[in-house]
Write a protein that binds this ligand. Structure first.
Ligand code: DGY
Length: 324
């Protein structure tokens, strides 16, 4: 029997591409270009499975409804799947999967990196040293904000948020609170001695750091807007490792300029790879390029997980990470 044909929309790390070649008749994006909508449509007709990712054009109704579509499963490389219109997938009966779990710790690490960096002015300090403008230690130089023991509020308290809580609560003695419309078990709440708030606004008012862990798209677009920034403490920091569209970047810029909040650490942006120009010139923000899952171990594991879903599907089994 011939192997299913699988198209990877972007280049994958070596270990994951090697496994794809073992399992399938795989088409690799050798020059790692962003596939056009036309290419994605052709891929839907050419392949039995498509493995897209966050930086692709959205796999939307137009792409799912392409004439002579052959593709039966879209196995995302990534836990967030707002790059796929799952309603459109359901309408045409295409299965969609994602890659949870394998990136939890590395993404949580990056949330902590941002929290610590923005709070302790690490970006600024590094720029100072590199520019050779540092004139030496003195008692008042680059004073920043202590992290240990402070209040960390979570918007969304799923797997990645809980991994951040693990590091922040047990490593840095931080007090944990959260708002999540789908709250975790009481056991988990107890584990972190967490405060469960009934509204997002309560978290914003209470926290020294607010970290976002909700899905992007839909109702969450611009969840953090002008009114909500105004509820945060003036001394508070915003951390975003979720999706850029959850934050109204214009409102964030204004809140930073007007000192409504103290700073922000961002891994994700509304229009990646474009970053609002004004943010680039602010000292009290730490800006990194969507690095949450970017370790070799995790990116290989994401590829393997995506392939496991495709393999299960073509072996007539329910893929473990089915989201549509
Ligand atoms: C994820 O998996 O959602 C990461 O943000 C990369 O897409």
């Amino acid at each position: 029997m011939s192997k299913p044909r699988v198209i990877l929309t972007r280049k994958w790390p070596e270990g994951a591409e090697a496994r794809a070649k073992e399992l399938f008749d795989v088409v690799i994006n050798e020059d790692d270009h962003k596939m056009t909508v036309e290419e994605l449509k052709r891929a839907m007709c050419d392949a039995d499975a498509l493995c897209p990712t966050v930086s692709d054009f959205q796999i939307d109704s137009e792409i799912f409804n392409v004439e002579n579509r052959k593709c039966k499963i879209v196995a995302n490389f990534g836990v967030g799947y707002n790059n796929i219109d799952t309603d459109a997938a359901k309408e045409v009966g295409v299965v969609v999967t994602n890659t949870p779990d394998v990136l939890t710790d590395c993404t949580a690490d990056i949330a902590m990196v941002l929290l610590l960096s923005v709070s302790r002015r690490i970006g600024e300090g590094e720029r100072l040293v590199r520019s050779k403008a540092w004139t030496g230690w003195c008692p008042t130089h680059m004073l920043s904000t202590k992290v240990t023991g402070k209040k960390l509020g979570f918007i969304g308290f799923g797997r990645i948020a809980q991994a951040v809580a693990q590091k922040a609560h047990f490593g840095f003695g931080m007090e944990v609170s959260f708002y999540d419309p789908y709250p975790p078990s009481d056991e988990i709440v107890k584990k972190f001695s967490a405060k469960k708030f009934d509204t997002l606004e309560d978290v914003l008012k209470d926290s020294d750091y607010v970290t976002l862990h909700c899905p992007g798209g839909g109702d969450n677009i611009n969840l953090m807007n002008k009114e909500r920034f105004a509820l945060m403490k003036k001394s508070a920091f915003l951390i975003n490792t979720a999706r850029g569209d959850v934050v109204d970047e214009t409102a964030l810029v204004q809140a930073l300029k007007d000192k409504v909040i103290a700073g922000a650490g961002l891994d994700v942006y509304a229009k990646e790879p474009v970053v609002t120009e004004e943010l680039l010139n602010m000292q009290n923000v730490v800006l990194i390029p969507h690095l949450g899952s970017a370790t070799t171990e995790t990116r290989v594991a994401m590829g393997l997980r995506s392939l496991e879903n495709v393999e299960a599907f073509f072996n007539g089994k329910e893929p473990g990470d089915r989201v549509a």
